[in-house]
Design a protein around this ligand. Sequence first.
Ligand SMILES: NC(=O)c1ccc[n+]([C@@H]2O[C@H](COP(=O)([O-])OP(=O)(O)OC[C@H]3O[C@@H](n4cnc5c(N)ncnc54)[C@H](OP(=O)(O)O)[C@@H]3O)[C@@H](O)[C@H]2O)c1
Length: 312
Amino acid sequence: MTTVLVAGATGSLGSLIVENLLDRGADVRALVRKSSVNKVTAHPNLTPCIGDLTGGADTLQQYLDGVEVVVSAVQGGPEVIIDGQQELLRAAERAGVHRMIPSDFSTNLYGYSYGVNVLSDLRRVFADAFATSTVARTSVAIGAFPEYFLGPVHEVLDPAAGTFSVWGDGTRPIDITTIPDTAAFTAAIALDPKTAGRDVHVVGQQLSMLELRNEVEAASGRRWELVRKGTLQDLRAEVVRRQYTASSIVEYVALQHQVAMFDGTASLRDIRNADYPDVAPTSVTAYLAGSGAAHFTVPEMTRHRAEWPTPV
Ligand SMILES: NC(=O)c1ccc[n+]([C@@H]2O[C@H](COP(=O)([O-])OP(=O)(O)OC[C@H]3O[C@@H](n4cnc5c(N)ncnc54)[C@H](OP(=O)(O)O)[C@@H]3O)[C@@H](O)[C@H]2O)c1
C-alpha cells in the first residue's frame, strides 16, 4: 500500500484528491491546520496530521516517515506557495520521500516566462527548488477549471447581462478540466512511479471559446450575446492598465491566465490521458447539464444590487 501525504487536504481540490487516493487503496495522511481538522471525514486508511506549512520543516517531518509521495493542493500567497512548500520539500527530503506533486494544477504554466502571471511566478520559483532536491517533482497541468473559468472572476459569462465575452478571435482550442476530474487524474498520477521528474498534462476537453459559447447556449436553452472585447494586444494592455489601478490581484490575474490560454503559450502538450484509462473525464456538455448549470443563474447578491447599502 502506497503512503501519500496530502497538504491542502481540506480544500476544494485537495479533499477530492484524498477521496480518490483512498478509493485507489492508498494509505493517506492528510495535513490539516488545527482550525480545519473538523473538515476531515473519518476513514480507516486516513490519518489526519495537524500542521501548518508556515510552521517549518521540523514540525512537518514527523508526518513524513514512510511516505512515498507528497501531493500539495494548497492555495495562498508566496508565504504558502514558495516558503511553505519549500519547508514541506525540506521535510520530505529528510524523510526520504521519492516524489512530490506541487500545487500547480493550472494551464501549462511552464510554457511561458516569468512576468506573464503573478500566481504562476510563485509556482515557478518553487519548482526551481527541486533542482537541488533528492525528491523528484511531478507537475500536473490540466488547463482551466470550468468551475472558475465560467464564474464571475474570469468575466466570460455574465448571466445578468446575458453575455459571453471573448478576447481575440476565439478560435484557438483551450483546455478545460473539472475539479473532480483533476482530483481523479492526480490520484492516478500520484500512484504512478513513472511520473517522477515529469510534467504530466491531462485534460477533460479541448474546445475553442466560440465552441464553448455554443455549449453554453445549448445547455442553458437561451441566447448569450457574443461580446468581442478586443484583440490579444488589447487584452495585454487591459492587464497592464488594471495592474496600475487594482486593489487586489483578483482584479487582473484571471485575465493574465487568459493571455497565455488564448495566445497558446499555456496550451497543454503531450497529453497523457491514455496513461490513465480508468479516469473518464466529464465533457463540457455533461458539466453544464449538472453542477455547471449554476453558472446560468444570476447570483442572489447581484440580483438585489439596488438594495445594496450605499457606501459612505
Ligand atoms: N486551473 C484552474 O483553473 C484553477 C482554479 C483554481 C485553483 N487552481 C489551483 O488548484 C489548487 C488548489 O486550489 P483550491 O481551489 O482547491 O484551494 P482551496 O479550496 O482554497 O484550498 C486550499 C487548501 O490549502 C490549505 N492551506 C492554505 N494555507 C495553508 C498552510 N499555511 N498550511 C497548510 N495548509 C494550508 C487550506 O487549508 P484550510 O482548510 O485550513 O484553509 C486548504 O486545504 C491551487 O494550486 C490552485 O492554484 C486551479
